[in-house]
Design a protein around this ligand. Structure first.
Ligand code: ADP
Length: 591
């Protein structure tokens, strides 16, 4: 019920202490006043009784020392009052005494020098309190002069044992003490009840506050009293609401940040002031083949063995200035990274840094391809142009009149001009295919018929080498494709099949449907392609034998155009070849 040192104990004992202290004060003053007051009352009543008795005593008979009368009178009156009655003559001799026999009285000592008697003999009311050796107890004495006109005939003395007063007082004290204990008991019970009532809302607040401290801000303290406790509860509720709102706000912000962090194409590493990894995003996991849980809390170099980045981090943490640099990773794969490192400040000191890593390998590769392409195009254009220029100059310098050769020279010029024309045509169609604007004109198209229509175009070319072109496509094979472009695919492949073939060879076109794809192949019995060249064969201007290709009128763009067209249709291209035995170019198209 009571916890050690609890507020309830303190409150209950405060009540009890308060009652006890008040009681002690009350008892202290009451006791003093009660003693004095009861003594005064007793004195007063004794004086009054004395007066009444004095009135009954005949001064004449006192003067005559009529002891029989006086003794009878004292005996009669003393039975009616509580005290002891003594009658003394002017000389201090005791004439009558209510508690003594006649013989005893005569043996009593003279009372003339007793203080109260002396006062009474001077006409005053004598009062004294002292120990009576006769009765062996404290006594209160009141003495009055017994007057006859202005003459004092003797003294009447009343004596009362103070034992009575003490008895009354101690009885009163007992009652007060009992009252004190009762009051303390009631104070304890009422106090603990009151304390319970006071403590209840506080306990409720403690319970709910504990929930707050555990992070549960959904609870509220129910306390509607308008007092300070009610106000405290309202303040705590408001505080909880505010904290809950702030936490929610922070959570939303965190979620947004986490979403950005996790979806960034750039790799991000957060490093603390000591150079330990605090967080990495999924891009970094992919870049370096790590798992966030394995590297968190580790020193940078321990987790990612890259000295260049570690040096940059060290420098940024040391100087507090952002740094950008490009680094090349050789192992495990060749990669080029742009690393941007920014310091994070806290309390005006650098307490970490943010490393943003951008993989620019692909960008650099494209840049290289673009510059290679420009160089290639320039080179391809330059060769026929130089020849044309050379022959034109020769003609102008006089060869025009050389009847034997002039037509020859013009034929060569025409040849180079044709080459230029083909090159520009191929470049234009390639650039058109690469541009995002291209729209395929898809139509139902029978592949067999398409190839049948194209074959006659190769008649003279194939005849020269005795090459047989076999259309082995299934006759009913129809697809929704851009007819003109797919025709170009076949033309380019058949053209290569003839160009790079041997005498009396063949070119065979086959096709079949596998699952949801149409597989088409153009196979030849030609010179084949060396294994090392196969991966690059579809690149622009890539040729196994440049001179031979040029000689045969090739531009080096044919296969590149094939790949673009097939990929635009959602298909793939590939080649299988054995040097010296022939090649099999294939492509797929969605059925
Ligand atoms: P080209 O205009 O030179 O034919 P392509 O892009 O069509 O350009 O072909 C690129 C290169 O691939 C050719 O120069 C040749 O070396 C090789 N090649 C293409 N087709 C064949 C084939 N059927 N047999 C052997 N080599 C081929």
């Amino acid at each position: 019920m009571f916890k050690k040192n609890s507020f309830k104990i303190k409150l209950t004992f405060s009540y009890v202490l308060l009652i006890a202290v008040s009681f002690v004060f009350v008892v202290f003053f009451l006791d003093r006043n009660l003693g004095e007051n009861s003594l005064r009352d007793i004195r007063f009543s004794l004086v009054s009784q004395a007066r009444l008795i004095e009135d009954q005593i005949s001064p004449e008979r006192l003067k005559q020392r009529d002891t029989a009368y006086l003794e009878a009178l004292t005996a009669r009156l003393s039975s009616k009052i509580d005290g002891r009655i003594t009658i003394i003559d002017r000389e201090g001799k005791v004439l009558a005494e209510s508690r003594k026999s006649h013989e005893e009285i005569s043996g009593m000592e003279n009372h003339l020098y007793r203080p109260e008697i002396r006062d009474a003999l001077t006409g005053l009311t004598g009062i004294d309190t002292r120990y009576s050796s006769t009765l062996k107890m404290d006594m209160l004495y009141v003495a009055l002069p017994i007057k006859q006109n202005d003459d004092i005939a003797g003294v009447l003395r009343l004596a009362l044992p103070l034992e009575n007063v003490e008895r009354t007082l101690s009885a009163v004290r007992k009652i007060i003490l009992l009252g004190l204990f009762l009051a303390l008991g009631v104070a304890f019970i009422l106090g603990s009840l009151l304390a319970s009532q006071t403590i209840k809302p506080i306990n409720r607040m403690i319970h709910v506050s504990r929930k707050f401290s555990e992070g549960d801000f959904s609870r509220r303290i129910i306390q509607h009293s308008g007092d300070e406790i009610g106000e405290l509860a309202a303040t705590l509720n408001k505080m909880a609401q505010d904290i809950e709102d702030k936490i929610r706000e922070i959570e939303v912000q965190n979620q947004k940040l986490a979403a950005i962090f996790n979806s960034m194409i750039e790799g991000v590493i957060v490093v603390d002031g000591a150079g330990r990894i605090m967080s990495i995003n999924p891009t970094i996991e992919k870049m370096f083949g790590l798992l966030k849980k394995d590297v968190q809390g580790k020193a940078f170099l321990e987790a990612i063995r890259n000295n260049d980045i570690a040096e940059i981090i060290k420098s940024v943490l040391g100087h507090g200035r952002p740094l950008s640099t490009e680094i090349t990773l050789v192992y495990p794969v060749h990669r080029i990274f742009e690393v941007n490192t920014t310091p994070i400040f806290g309390n005006e000191a650098v307490n970490g840094c943010l490393v943003v890593i951008h993989d620019i390998t692909e960008m650099r590769r494209l840049e290289t391809i673009r510059s290679d392409f420009v160089a290639n195009v320039s080179h391809e254009l330059k060769t026929p142009l130089t020849s044309i220029k050379g022959f034109v100059e020769t003609l102008l310098e006089g060869a025009l009149d050389d009847k034997k050769n002039n037509r020859n020279f013009l034929a060569i010029i025409q040849d180079h001009a044709d080459r230029l024309d083909r090159l520009v045509d191929d470049l234009l169609s390639l650039s058109h295919l690469e541009s995002k604007e291209i729209v395929l004109q898809r139509d139902d198209c029978n592949l067999y018929a398409l190839v049948e229509k194209a074959i006659p175009g190769f008649a003279s070319q194939s005849k020269k080498k005795n090459i047989e072109i076999k259309n082995e496509l299934p006759e009913g094979l129809s697809l929704k494709v851009d007819r003109a472009r797919i025709e170009q695919v076949f033309v380019n492949l058949i053209d290569n099949g003839i160009k790079f073939n041997k005498d009396k060879g063949f070119v065979r076109i086959c096709g079949r449907v596998i699952d949801d794809k149409v597989h088409v192949s153009v196979e030849d019995s030609g010179i084949g392609i060396p294994q090392k060249d196969i991966p690059r064969i579809f690149e622009r201007f890539y040729r196994v034998d440049k001179a031979r290709s040029r000689e045969l009128g090739g531009t080096g763009l044919g296969l590149s155009i094939v790949r673009h067209i097939v990929e635009l249709h959602g298909g793939h291209v590939g080649v299988e070849s054995t040097e010296g035995f022939g090649s099999k170019f294939w492509f797929t198209l969605p059925a």
